[in-house]
Write a protein that binds this ligand. Structure first.
Ligand code: MG
Ligand code: ZN
Length: 212
């Protein structure tokens, strides 16, 4: 049995769309105030600050938002097969998200995937703006943000670390992995940095690559 841990991002990786961002836009009391994707670099805001500001603008009821999430969150093709492969091979599979348990758990329930380890932040729905709570606010010595790399380091021993992600919050943590599968913005970033990675479209691509 291979000692191997798959660290999988949630929004835009397990799900086809970044529901975390879309909820903020969809339910913002004042959409003008939502900090849209891509502005993190420009405004020099930390990811935590962006999430805090975005969700402070969300005033909708929990049930309304969760119903919308369930209607909009589609799981990327091949994820169930990758989960089955990991179970068969004895690999650990951890979902590591900067998003919120409140929005992720209903989707995992619908998909019958509640046995997976989920490490994520959370949010408390409030009528005058949702309040975000972060798992770990301590700063990463590599990137200077409260990033996923620190959470990842706390999980050891992991064996060979396979990181699978798509976005800004995956950049630093991917650098701590033995092997990276990337799509979208993460792939562009790693390519620009000349950091080796394997592109993927669906989790079938990942599953096939991990057989070798
Ligand atoms: Mg993502
Ligand atoms: Zn970092």
């Amino acid at each position: 049995m291979t000692e191997r841990t798959l660290i999988v991002d949630y929004d835009g990786t397990i799900t086809e769309d970044d529901v975390l961002d879309r909820v903020a836009v969809q339910f913002a009391h004042d959409p003008q105030r939502v900090v849209v994707d891509g502005s993190i670099d420009e405004q020099r805001l930390t990811l935590h600050e962006v999430l805090r500001r975005e969700y402070a603008e969300v005033r909708a009821a929990r049930d309304e938002v969760i119903a919308w999430v369930l209607g909009n969150a589609r799981v990327r093709a091949g994820f169930h097969e990758l989960v089955a492969q990991a179970r068969h091979e004895g690999w650990s599979l951890v979902i590591l998200s900067s998003g919120f348990r409140t929005l992720i758990e209903p989707v995992l329930e619908r998909e019958g995937l509640t046995e997976l380890t989920l490490i994520a932040n959370d949010v408390t729905p409030q009528p005058d703006g949702w309040i975000v709570s972060f798992l770990d606010e301590s700063l990463c010595p590599v990137c200077g943000e409260a990033c996923k790399r620190r959470t990842l380091a706390a999980l050891e021993p992991l064996g060979e670390v396979i990181y699978i992600g798509d976005g800004y919050s995956d950049r630093c943590a991917a650098g701590a992995a033995d092997r990276v599968f990337a799509r979208s913005g993460l792939a562009d970033y790693l390519a620009a940095q000349r950091t080796p990675f394997e592109p993927f479209g669906t989790f079938h691509d990942v599953a096939v690559a991990l057989r070798t």
